[in-house]
Design a protein around this ligand. Structure first.
Ligand SMILES: Nc1nc2c(ncn2[C@@H]2O[C@H](COP(=O)(O)OP(=O)(O)OP(=O)(O)O)[C@@H](O)[C@H]2O)c(=O)[nH]1
Length: 627
C-alpha cells in the first residue's frame, strides 16, 4: 500500500493497542512498586501482553513477578550483608554472581542493590546499605571490576533520586559494576551514527558531550570536530566525522577528566568502554556521504538530532527512514530548548511522537526527563521498539548529564558472530608513511591476529589478493587481535593503496577462492518513485560499504512503483561483490528510493524469482520494517 501519510483503522488500532498496553504496563509497574497491587495480579501475566510488547517488557515483567530466580533471593541478602554461615566464602559467592551478570552484559551490569531479584525491598536501613555497598565493592575488586552508584532511594547524598514516590521502602540503589579490561582488546566498543538536519546541533552536541564545557549558541563547541578546513569556514559538516567518548571502569568520562583535550590513544588506554560517533552530514548535497556512513560504519545505534525550534525537517526524515531500514535502534536528542518558546517545543514533540508512532516507524517514544527514567530506558534499549527522547540545551547544559549517563550505560548489542569465519568489511583506505597501505573497517564475524595470512578483495575481476596483516590498531592503539563487532585498521603487507577500495572484504586465507556474485535476488520495498521501475532500470545500490550501480534484470511482476514490495534480481554493472543473504541493501536514483534484503546470491534465470528467493532464504533474513 502506498504510504499516504494517513493511518488505516487497523494500523491505528495496532499502534494504539501497543501504546495503551505499554502505558497500562507502566502504571501497573508503578502501582506494584508502591505496594498498591499484589505482585500475583493475573493481569501481569505475559500472555495478556501483546507480542508487540513482549520484546521489551517480558523480562521485566518476569522480574517484577519475581519469577526469574526467586529462590535465591534470600541468599542474596545474606551475601550482601555477610550474615550467612560462611562469611569468608560468601564474598567469593557474591563475586561469582557478579561475574555471571558482567559476562551476560558483555563487561558490565547494573545491580539493584537493596532489592531482591523479584524487585521487592530487602528493607535495608542506612547502615545495612553502606555495608552492602562496601561488600559489593570488595567482591567487584576481586574480579577486577569497579562500582559506581548511579541512583539511590532513601539513602541521601549526591545520587539520591529527586523523585520521591515511596514505591519501595528501605534504602536501595542502582549500581553500575563494570569490568576493568586487562588489555585494549577487551575494551568494549559501541558505534553510534549521528544524523539530523543541517543546524540541528549535531556537531555542537557531540563537542559538548565529549569535550565538556558549553556552547555559546554561535558554534563555539563544534570547532573541535571539523576535519576539513572548508567545513570550519562554511560551518557545514561534509565528511563522515568521527569523535570518541571513553568511560572508565568506575563509570567516569575519560575525555574530560583531566580538563584538557586527550588524544584518542590516551582515551582508549584509560577506557573500559568507548563510544565512537560518526557525525554524518546534514545537508541534502551530502546525502550520499550520509547513506554511505550509515551503512558502512555498521552502527549499533542511531542518534537523531532535532532542533526544538525547527522540528523534523528536510533531511532528518530521510535519515530516520534509513536508520529504520537498517533496523538500528534510534534515540532522539531535541536541542536548543533554551531558545525555543514552549508552544513551539510542544509542536516539535507532538510531531516527533506522531512520526515515531506511525506504522512506518512503529516505535514507542519515551520522553526521558530524570535519572531514574534514563537508567530504566537505557537498560531496555536493546529492544528496537522503544525510542528514548531527550530534550537538551548545549548552552545552559540542561539535561546533558542525563544523556552522558545514558551513553555511559548503553548496553552492548550482540549482532555479530564471534565464532563464525573471519570477515572484515573495509570502509576506508589509507596510505600511511613508513607503514604502507592501511584498511579500516568493522569485523563482522570471527577474530583476527596480527601476523595472520589473509586475502583481500574482490578486485574488478572478482579475484582476491593474498597478504599478511602486519599490524592492527583499535582507536589508534596497537593491539594484537580484533574481534567480531569491533572496528579496527590493518596495515597490509605488499599491497598498494590502489589495489584496495571501500566495500572490499578481508577474509582468512582459505583453500578455495571465496565466491563473489554479480547477480542476486533481493526483496525490496519501494519508498518513493516518480514513475515505475521495470527491468533494465539502473540505480546506485548500497550494501554495507559497497556502492555500485546495479541494473534490474528481473522482477516478480511487470513493474513496481511506490509502496510495492517485490522480489527483484539485480546485476552489478562494474564488478562482482562479496555478498551474503540477509545483507541489507538501499538503492537510490534521483527521487527513487528503495530498501531491501538480499534473499539469494545464486540467481538462476531459468527459475522464477520466488523459487530463487526460497533457495537462498534458509539463512534467516531479518524482516523489512513496515511501510
Ligand atoms: N541556543 C542554542 N544553540 C545551539 C544549541 N546547540 C547548537 N546550537 C547552535 O546551533 C548552530 C548549529 O549547530 P551545529 O552543531 O553546527 O549543527 P549541525 O547539525 O552539526 O550542522 P551541520 O554540521 O551543518 O550538519 C550553532 O551555531 C550552534 O552554536 C543549543 O542547545 N542552544
Amino acid at each position: 500500500m502506498p504510504p499516504t501519510g494517513k493511518l488505516s483503522y487497523e494500523e491505528r488500532k495496532r499502534g494504539e493497542v501497543a501504546l495503551s498496553e505499554f502505558a497500562e504496563y507502566a502504571d501497573k509497574q508503578q502501582a506494584h512498586r508502591s505496594g498498591q497491587v499484589a505482585p500475583s495480579d493475573s493481569r501481569y501475566s505475559t500472555a495478556s501482553v501483546s507480542r508487540d510488547l513482549e520484546d521489551h517488557a517480558e523480562l521485566d515483567i518476569l522480574d517484577q513477578l519475581g519469577l526469574s530466580d526467586a529462590p535465591h533471593a534470600a541468599k542474596l541478602k545474606e551475601l550482601l550483608l555477610g550474615t550467612g554461615d560462611a562469611v569468608e566464602d560468601s564474598l567469593q559467592v557474591l563475586a561469582g554472581t557478579l561475574q555471571t551478570r558482567i559476562d551476560e552484559g558483555h563487561g558490565e551490569t547494573i545491580f539493584d542493590l537493596g532489592l531482591e531479584d523479584g524487585g521487592e525491598s530487602m528493607g535495608f536501613d542506612l547502615d545495612q546499605w553502606k555495608t552492602a555497598l562496601q561488600r559489593l565493592r570488595e567482591a567487584a575488586e576481586t574480579i577486577t571490576a569497579h562500582c559506581r552508584v548511579l541512583l539511590t532511594y532513601n539513602v541521601g547524598g549526591p545520587e539520591e533520586s529527586p523523585v520521591t514516590h515511596g514505591r519501595v521502602h528501605g534504602a536501595w540503589g542502582k549500581v553500575l559494576v563494570r569490568h576493568h579490561p586487562d588489555t585494549i582488546e577487551e575494551m568494549a566498543e559501541l558505534r553510534i551514527a549521528v544524523v539530523g538536519n543541517v543546524d540541528a546541533g549535531k556537531s555542537t552536541t557531540l563537542g559538548v558531550l565529549v569535550k565538556g564545557g558549553l556552547d555559546d549558541g554561535r558554534g563555539r563547541a563544534r570547532i573541535n570536530l571539523f576535519r576539513h578546513k572548508h567545513e570550519i569556514e562554511s560551518g557545514r559538516t561534509s565528511s563522515v566525522g568521527l569523535e570518541i567518548m571513553g568511560f572508565d571502569s568506575r563509570g567516569e568520562i575519560v575525555s574530560n577528566s583531566q580538563g584538557r583535550k586527550l588524544s584518542w590513544e590516551e582515551i582508549g588506554k584509560r577506557s573500559a568502554k568507548v563510544i565512537s560517533f560518526s557525525d554524518l552530514a546534514g545537508h541534502e548535497r551530502y546525502l550520499r556521504t550520509t547513506v554511505f556512513g550509515m551503512l558502512s560504519s555498521s552502527p549499533n545505534y542511531c542518534l537523531l538530532m532535532v532542533a526544538a525550534n525547527n522540528g523534523l525537517i528536510g533531511m532528518s526524515k530521510e535519515h530516520l527512514g534509513i536508520a529504520l531500514a537498517l533496523n538500528v535502534p534510534v534515540m532522539v536528542i531535541v536541542t536548543k530548548i533554551d531558545i525555543c518558546p514552549p508552544n513551539i517545543l510542544q509542536e516539535t514533540l507532538s510531531q516527533l511522537t506522531k512520526i515515531l508512532k506511525s506504522p512506518g516507524a512503529h516505535k514507542i517514544p519515551i520522553f526521558v526527563k530524570n535519572m531514574e527514567e534514563t537508567i530504566n530506558t537505557a537498560t531496555q534499549f536493546v529492544s528496537q521498539r522503544i525510542c528514548p527522547i531527550f530534550q537538551v540545551s548545549n548552552v545552559t547544559g540542561e539535561n546533558l548529564d542525563l544523556v552522558r549517563t545514558f551513553l555511559n550505560i548503553l548496553p552492548h548489542r550482540g549482532q555479530y558472530d564471534p565464532d563464525g569465519a573471519f570477515e572484515f568489511l573495509i570502509n576506508d583506505t589509507f596510505s600511511v608513511p613508513h607503514v604502507g597501505t592501511v584498511v579500516a573497517g568493522v569485523v563482522k564475524s570471527g577474530v583476527i591476529h596480527a601476523g595472520d595470512s589473509v586475502i583481500v578483495g574482490p578486485d574488478s575481476l572478482g579475484q582476491f589478493t593474498t597478504t599478511v596483516i602486519k599490524s592492527i590498531e583499535r582507536k589508534r592503539i596497537p593491539v594484537n587481535a580484533c574481534f567480531a563487532g569491533q572496528s579496527g585498521s590493518f596495515a597490509l603487507k605488499r599491497v598498494r593503496r590502489k589495489e584496495v577500495r571501500k566495500g572490499m572484504v578481508v577474509l582468512k586465507k582459505m583453500d578455495a577462492p571465496p565466491k563473489v556474485y554479480r547477480e542476486f535476488v533481493a526483496e525490496v520495498l519501494i519508498l518513493s518513485h516518480a514513475t515505475t521501475i521495470k527491468p533494465k532500470y539502473q540505480a546506485m545500490l548500497h550494501v554495507g560499504a559497497v556502492s555500485q550501480t546495479c541494473s534490474v534484470i528481473d522482477i516478480d511482476r511487470p513493474f513496481i512503483r511506490t509502496g510495492d514490495r517485490a522480489l527483484v534480481a539485480f546485476r552489478f554493472v562494474q564488478r562482482p561483490e562479496f555478498l551474503a543473504p540477509g545483507d541489507r541493501v538501499l538503492f537510490r536514483e534521483g527521487k527513487t528510493k528503495g530498501l531491501g534484503i538480499v534473499k539469494s546470491i545464486d540467481y538462476d534465470p531459468t527459475k522464477p524469482l520466488s523459487a530463487n528467493a526460497k533457495e537462498g532464504a534458509s539463512t534467516s533474513a531479518p524482516t523489512i520494517p513496515h511501510d
